[in-house]
Design a protein around this ligand. Structure first.
Ligand code: M6R
Length: 368
C-alpha cells in the first residue's frame, strides 16, 4: 500500500504532481478566464458585499492560509486576516455578516478549527470550508465547501494536503477576483495558465532529491535550524521549520527575512544551518533576502539556498544550492515547499525516526 516507498510520507511527497492535477481537474475554464467549483453557491452580489476574509486554521493548514492571504489580497483586493483557530474563540472576535470566514483543514475535524468556525457562523459570517475529507464535520457545517482532492493523507506530517490547499486557494483567489471585477478575463487566463504548469513543475522539482539528501546527511545532527523567507515565502519558511521539528525532532524556527536582525541573528554561529528560500520574484524582496544570506555568512552560519534554476547571482554566496523551476510569485510557494518536505523526510529517516507516526502527535487533533 506504500507503493514501494518505505514511508507514507515519502509516497505522499511524490504523489504531489498527481494530487495537484486532481485539484485542478475540471475547475479551470481557460477560455472564459474563470474557475468552476462544483459546489459553488455564492452570487456575484454576495461576493461584492464581502468586506473582509478571515481564515481559520491550525498548523500546516494555517501556513497555507498565510500564503492564501497573499493570493486573495493580490487578485481579489479583499483584506484577509489569518487567525490561529485555537486563539479565535478566546477573545471577542470581530465578525460581521459581510465577512467571509474560511476554515482550512485537511481532516475537516480539527477541534479548534471546528469550534472557531462554528462560532464565526453563529456570529453571522458567511462560511466556507476548504477540506480534503468529503463529508467531514467542517464540510457539513459550512455554507459552502471546496474539496482539495489530494486523496487520503496517512503520514502525520502533512505534505500533499498543504500543496493542494495552496492550489485551491489560488483558484479561489482567481474566482473571487473575477466575481469582484478586480481581475480581468485576460488576467485570469494568465493565472490559470500558470496553474496548468504546476504538476509538471513539481515533477521537475522532485528531481532535486539527491541534492537534498546530501544536505540532509551533512546537517542531520544539527541542533537547530533557521528557515528564512519573505512575502509569500514566509509561510514556506514556517512550514519548512514545522516539518523538520515534527518528524526529525530538531529544533527549527521559521522567520520572515526582515525579522532576522530583530533577534534570531544572535543565534547564528558556524553550527547553525540556515535555509534561505529565495526565488527571484517581485514580492519576495530578492535583493533583501540576498542581504540575509550575506549576514548569515558573515557570522559563519551555513547557508542552504533554495534558488531559481537560472539564478547565477546568489549561488556563489551559499554553501549549498537547491534549484527549483521558476514559477510566478504566488505559485512559487508550492514549488519551493517540495525541497523542504524532502529535507525533513530524509533527516528524520537518517536519524531512524518513525516518520509516519512521530512521537506525541496525532494525524487529527480532536481535542481543544
Ligand atoms: O487536519 P488539519 O489540517 O485541520 O490539521 C491541522 C494540523 O493539526 C496539522 O496541519 C498539523 O500541523 C500537521 N501535523 C502538520 O504536518
Amino acid at each position: 500500500e506504500k507503493g514501494g516507498y518505505k514511508h507514507f510520507m515519502h509516497k505522499e511527497i511524490h504523489e504531489q504532481p498527481r494530487a495537484i492535477a486532481d485539484t485542478l481537474r475540471g475547475r479551470m475554464l481557460l477560455t472564459e478566464g474563470d474557475v468552476h467549483f462544483e459546489t459553488w453557491n455564492l452570487t456575484q452580489e454576495q461576493v461584492q458585499t464581502f468586506t473582509k476574509v478571515t481564515i481559520l486554521a491550525c498548523g500546516t493548514s494555517w501556513h497555507s492560509g498565510v500564503a492564501g492571504k497573499h493570493m486573495i489580497e493580490s487578485l481579489a483586493r479583499l483584506p484577509v486576516e489569518v487567525e490561529l483557530a485555537s486563539e479565535f474563540r478566546y477573545r471577542d472576535p470581530i465578525v460581521e455578516k459581510s465577512h467571509l470566514v474560511i476554515a482550512i483543514s485537511q481532516s475537516g475535524e480539527t477541534a479548534d478549527t471546528l469550534a472557531a468556525f462554528k462560532e464565526a457562523k453563529r456570529l453571522g459570517a458567511h462560511t466556507m470550508a476548504i477540506c480534503n475529507v468529503i463529508g467531514s464535520a467542517m464540510t457539513r457545517e459550512a455554507n459552502l465547501h471546496v474539496l482539495t482532492n489530494a486523496g487520503p493523507e496517512i503520514g502525520v506530517a502533512s505534505t500533499k494536503a498543504f500543496t493542494t490547499q495552496l492550489v485551491t486557494l489560488y483558484l479561489l483567489a482567481v474566482k473571487l477576483g473575477r466575481m469582484r471585477g478586480t481581475l480581468s478575463v485576460e488576467g485570469a487566463q494568465e493565472h490559470l495558465t500558470h496553474l496548468t504548469q504546476v504538476p509538471k513543475m513539481i515533477e521537475d522539482v522532485l528531481k532535486c532529491e539527491p541534492q537534498v539528501k546530501r544536505v540532509a546527511r551533512e546537517f542531520m545532527n544539527a541542533q537547530d535550524f533557521l528557515f528564512l523567507g519573505r512575502g509569500p515565502m514566509h509561510p514556506v519558511a514556517l512550514e519548512g521549520a514545522l516539518k523538520l521539528k515534527e518528524i526529525s525532532y530538531i529544533h527549527a524556527e521559521g522567520y520572515a527575512g526582515g525579522e532576522m536582525k530583530h533577534g534570531p541573528i544572535a543565534l547564528i554561529d558556524e553550527k547553525m544551518p540556515v535555509v534561505v528560500i529565495a526565488p527571484k520574484q517581485p514580492h519576495i524582496a530578492y535583493e533583501k533576502i540576498i542581504g540575509n544570506i550575506e549576514e548569515v555568512r558573515a557570522r559563519g552560519g551555513k547557508v542552504i539556498a533554495i534558488l531559481d534554476e537560472d539564478d547565477n547571482q546568489a549561488d556563489t554566496l551559499a554553501d549549498h544550492v537547491i534549484r527549483i523551476p521558476a514559477a510566478c510569485a504566488l505559485l512559487a510557494p508550492v514549488v519551493a515547499t517540495i525541497p523542504l518536505q524532502l529535507l525533513a523526510y530524509h533527516v528524520a529517516e537518517m536519524r531512524g525516526n518513525d516518520v509516519d507516526q512521530p512521537r506525541n502527535l496525532a494525524k487529527s487533533v480532536t481535542v481543544e
